[in-house]
Design a binder for this molecule. Sequence first.
Ligand code: ATP
Ligand code: MG
Length: 350
Amino acid sequence: MANIKLDKLTKSYGDTEVLHHIDGQIEHGEFIVIVGPSGCGKSTLLRMVAGLETVTTGEVSIGDKMINDLEPADRDIAMVFQNYALYPHMSVEQNMAYGLKIRKLPKAEIKRRVEEAADILEIRDYLKRKPRQLSGGQRQRVAMGRAIVRDPQVFLFDEPLSNLDAKLRVQMRLEIRKLQRRLGVTSIYVTHDQVEAMTLGDRLMVLNGGYVEQFGTPIEVYEKPASIFVAGFIGSPSMNFVSATAANGVLTLSNGTTLATNTTAAGAVTVGIRPEHLFPNKDGVLKIEVDLPEKLGATTLVHGRISGAETAFTASLNGINAASTADVLSFDAPPEFLHIFDAETGKRIS
Ligand SMILES: Nc1ncnc2c1ncn2[C@@H]1O[C@H](COP(=O)(O)OP(=O)(O)OP(=O)(O)O)[C@@H](O)[C@H]1O
Ligand SMILES: [Mg+2]
């Protein structure tokens, strides 16, 4: 069983600690996405699991066996990078077979595995071609093929789609998901793209500045973000935030608007409301002065400020809305869609 355990993992370069006490339990066959902004430590964490970076303190285990000191080649892991670095002088077939040849697998077995992977990835017609004779998406598939033929316990992906154009990314994303389901191989996937994270992961590990902000299913992370950071990072357009004072179940926003809630919070808080959770109602208490309506077709994004405060607010409305600059629109902000965070720590108050 290829379950993976991260136990108080830290990584330091010299005196600088870049990952701090990372804990996480990954089940056999699970697809985990590590997501966070540039420089937060995603690749470093993945490379520690791969054995390409040493562990400063803490433990990494695969299948309940501590592997801190195991060589990368002995970890039974296959990794797909952003820069898939195929050997240019080798054919697709040779590229896929190379790792197995090094391992001295029998020729017939290599052929069988390569052909099987080529069928799964639908690249059988390209086996004799050189990488330069392939499109970006096809090369990406060859890189995946190289990982699949290894038949590893664990797949590790580091932004494997970031060289592809937007449409191909969406297509490859679906293919990776289907492939992982079909093969049932425990996988860790690194991306800074929150949409990719939400659509691919069974669970997301949201990293920020080397700390785990939240580790949960996409729906948990969306519905109950553990911190202002997660709330702002996951969801598009981003959640709106406004400072407020909480007392006796009533939130008084910085512009004086009061909102009913079922919170027990008291004192200074930050209130978060997603753009899709503002509901137009001419009697609604939350008023937005429109700066710019963006008519996207399926939705209209109304960018503005809440009346009486300079706080930027965006509302997402269904369909094409007639809102125009300088209008004031009124919204309901129902209590079940309000997110309340401690103003000081930024942590969610349940
Ligand atoms: N060899 C190194 N020596 C010193 N600092 C390093 C080294 N490698 C990475 N770092 C630092 O560790 C932190 C995490 O880097 P890492 O590459 O893991 O980020 P990342 O989340 O993968 O970012 P990106 O999305 O840009 O790929 C960064 O602040 C980086 O500068
Ligand atoms: Mg990286």
